[in-house]
Design a protein around this ligand. Structure first.
Ligand SMILES: [Zn+2]
Length: 117
């Protein structure tokens, strides 16, 4: 089973980067966790956000955020609308369920007929 975070939204921030002080490189990325196996696909409620500076190519962790950055991130967090959680069975799973049901049905028919023969 593979689970991965998929980018849902990217926002360019005008704040100064705590590392290189450039104000054009900060990018806030919102990601949401998806899960996929052979039989199902699911969107989970789990989200995370990452602040990255494209100028100095550094991930800016909350520990080095300034008050301004924190405020802006909070603002975008409130505005962020994650995808609705969902769970979908794949064709393969439906096929397996149908085959199981058919085998069961056949078994019941045979069981009922057995007494009548
Ligand atoms: Zn930077």
């Amino acid at each position: 089973m593979a689970d991965r975070f998929i980018t849902i939204k990217e926002v360019a921030l005008k704040n100064n980067c705590p590392e290189c002080y450039n104000n054009e490189g900060l990018q806030l990325t919102f990601k949401q966790k998806f899960m996929e196996s052979n039989f199902y696909k699911s969107i989970t409620q789990e989200t995370k956000h990452i602040l990255h500076c494209n100028t100095c190519n550094t991930t800016i962790y909350p520990i080095s955020w300034t008050d301004d950055i924190e405020r802006v991130v909070k603002y975008h967090q409130r505005a962020f609308a994650p995808k609705k959680p969902s769970f979908k069975l794949k064709k393969k799973a439906w096929l397996l369920i149908s085959v199981t049901l058919m085998v069961l049905a056949a078994g019941i028919v045979l069981f009922v007929l057995k007494d009548k023969l």
